[in-house]
Design a protein around this ligand. Structure first.
Ligand SMILES: [Zn+2]
Length: 159
């Protein structure tokens, strides 16, 4: 796998005292990637601060979502499983997917079979998209919602 440079473009940096060079490369599978070289100490520092703010934001967001997930599982997984208790597979599918065309009944059976049991399948469904599971349960958990609202995206604007 190798990347081949296909273009470079140099333009003035945001503050105007230096330049930014964007290099575009393409690999054997026609995938593109861009890299940016900032030739200006001040704009490079700004970019660096923004990059680390973004990284921190993603890390915080990931932690918050993991926390929300754990909370949701401890509070609502039993309620979720109880929702399907005693229902036929067809009725479980209809409850899960409503009028969606996918998965078709046959596909659904196959997924359940691959999971090992309907119970395991339903548990996996909860973990796959616990937000959707909570919506389906009609749960409105302020603590979980708050975890999602934490840590707004960093913005480019300076105060
Ligand atoms: Zn600059």
């Amino acid at each position: 796998m190798s990347w081949e440079q296909i273009s470079t473009e140099t333009r003035p940096c945001p503050c105007g005292n230096g330049t930014v060079t964007i290099t575009t490369e393409m690999d054997d599978w026609n995938r593109y990637r861009e890299s940016k070289a900032i030739d200006c100490p001040s704009c490079r520092a700004t970019q660096h601060a923004l990059d680390s703010a973004r990284e921190q934001h993603i890390a915080r967001k990931t932690a918050s979502v993991a926390q929300a997930h754990a909370l949701a599982a401890s509070r609502y997984l039993d309620q979720w499983l109880a929702l399907f208790e005693g229902k036929s597979k067809k009725s479980c599918r209809d409850t899960l997917f409503k009028t969606d065309k996918y998965p078709a009944m046959g596909t659904f059976y196959k997924h359940v079979e691959q999971s090992g049991s309907l119970h395991k399948y339903l548990e996996a469904e909860f973990h796959r998209d616990f937000e959707a599971a909570l919506r389906l349960l009609g749960v409105n958990d302020a603590e979980i919602a708050a975890l999602f609202e934490q840590s707004p995206s960093p913005s480019l604007k300076k105060d």
